[in-house]
Design a protein around this ligand. Sequence first.
Ligand SMILES: C[S@@+](CC[C@H](N)C(=O)[O-])C[C@H]1O[C@@H](n2cnc3c(N)ncnc32)[C@H](O)[C@@H]1O
Length: 280
Amino acid sequence: MKPHVSVLEKERIFDFSQHDFKAVQRLIYEHAGIRLSDAKHDMVYSRIIRRLRATGLSSFSQYLTLIESDAGEWESFVNSLTTNLTAFFREEYHFPILAELLRRKAGRPIRIWCSAASTGEEPYSLAMTALDVLGGQADKVEIIATDIDTSVLARAEAGVYAAERIEKIEPRYQRYFLRGTGSRSGFVRVKPEVQQLVSFRQLNLLSPDWPLEGEFDALFCRNVLIYFDKDTQRRVLERFVPYMTPDALLFVGHSESLLHLGDLFRLRGKTVYELRGHGR
Ligand SMILES: C[S@@+](CC[C@H](N)C(=O)[O-])C[C@H]1O[C@@H](n2cnc3c(N)ncnc32)[C@H](O)[C@@H]1O
């Protein structure tokens, strides 16, 4: 019987040794905290092969040498290994909780940090919620949206999306988009009043320096902790504490539990946490 050969293997034209794969696993783990399991071998191959083609190199080992000295290519390497899946109003049950927080703090400055913002759907959903709840007072809301990946941040800043991405969102939020016509038909653009509330900047949650100051009333860290191991999660989440106002809320993703961090955070709602010291 013939051994099973996947399509990917048949197409493989560059040698990607186990040694190369281990080097990629180590580099991205040390830099970004992202744990790539052995099952991600083919995914890593297909993503990095594009960088080999773009740089004109003929082997993975040459590429791994290049990224040691070329900062621009290092950035592309990191960008190529992130997973950026997101959606407008993803995990909708969080939004009424945010709306309630906004109502409670209406009239005062409100700061929100969206720490794995990907292509922008999440911070813009937060901004639309603020406009919906606060109307004219939403100008007191500041949303700082960060991500490690510079290519998704550029797309987020542009604020242009395929129209189908907003098809399923509530009609009251659809009014915050401009619909493209002519050559732009099939695309929508986030309105300036929404964009005004959000500023984007690059931030690696693992980096020792975070370009951020002050405290936040709400912190979104959704669907990124799953890529980190428990030690890394603790290291990152401990550093959130001084960035949170005493009554701040921390929102994490549906499969991310902070129960192993019970000394720091207390469950407030479905995957929503508050500081353990709050209300003592
Ligand atoms: C799956 S997306 C989640 C996007 C959004 N938070 C959501 O829930 O829809 C994960 C994002 O985390 C970012 N990311 C991964 N590692 C990171 C790190 N070390 N620091 C900051 N962002 C990181 C990725 O670039 C990606 O955009």
